[in-house]
Ligand binder design. Structure first.
Ligand code: CMP
Length: 156
């Protein structure tokens, strides 16, 4: 079965709140494979590319200045259906309405300070990964854990 990649950013509020380890741990425990990890200051140009779909929204300026205010922790996670699996673990945008058990549902109250970004489609994931990572920065390895996380026919 096809193993795909998704991009995750821990936003400046997640960094300030000391939630990096907790967030990484949730994805690890789920059985996703970490293939990229970087702490990065997003420039205005990177943010304009990243949030191109929101460029006409009233909150675009606020969103960019918030996301550029501190480094973010960027990650790439891999597994079967990585995009929907990660979005489910992250929860819906508004923290105070997000499902209990999800990252936003357990740790967030806000709409803008919602701790984490996760790609919304495979196409978005490919586009977002390229904004932050060079291909050689992404690890290609077989995880020993895959033997017990996936059945034979599911292994990539
Ligand atoms: P995310 O879904 O990761 O990507 C778009 C982000 O814009 C969203 O998280 C929020 O952080 C932010 N956002 C969405 N709606 C608003 C809003 N009304 N005001 C400020 N920020 C918002």
């Amino acid at each position: 079965m096809k193993h795909t990649r998704t991009a995750v950013l821990v936003k400046p509020d997640g960094l300030q709140r000391g939630l990096i380890g907790e967030i990484i741990s949730r994805f690890e425990r789920k059985g996703l494979k970490l293939v990229g990890l970087k702490m990065v200051n997003l420039t205005d140009e990177m943010l304009s590319q990243w949030y191109a779909e929101h460029k006409d929204k009233a909150f675009f300026g606020d969103l960019k200045s918030f996301m550029g205010s501190l480094p973010v922790v960027a990650m790439v996670w891999q597994g079967i259906d990585a995009v929907p699996v990660v979005r489910k673990l992250v929860g819906t945008t508004l923290g105070r309405e997000a499902e209990a058990g999800s990252i936003r549902g357990d740790y967030g109250m806000s709409q803008q300070y919602n701790l984490i970004h996760a790609s919304s489609s495979d196409e978005d994931a490919a586009r977002e990964i390229k904004i932050i990572f060079d291909e050689q920065e992404l690890a290609d390895y077989s995880s020993v854990q895959d033997q017990v996380i996936y059945a034979d026919y599911e292994r990539g």
